[in-house]
Design a protein. Sequence first.
Length: 104
Amino acid sequence: MHKAGFWRRFFAVVIDHIFSLGVFIILYETILVSQWGGYTVGKKIMGIRVVSVDDKPISLVEAFVRSISKILSYFLFLGFLWMLLDPESQTWHDKIAETYVVEA
C-alpha cells in the first residue's frame, strides 16, 4: 500500500471545499430568493431583489435555475459584465431564468 503524499491530500481537501461551498451557495441562494421575497441577505442590505420578468415573486424552480446558471456567468466573469451592455440590465443567469434584479 502506497500512502498519499501531503500535496495530493491538500489539493483534495481544497477541491472538496470548493465543491461543497458551491453547493452551499446554490442552496442558500435558491432557498432565500424563492422563500424570502426575492432577497438574499446581501440583496436585502443593498435594497435590491430578484423578480420574474412579469414582476411576480420568483418560484423555487426559477430560483434554482438562476442560481445554477451562475456557473455560466462566472466564465471569465463575462456573464456578470454582460449587464453593462444589455438594455434590460440582465446578466446571463437572469436571461436564462427570465428574471430581473430590481430596486426594492
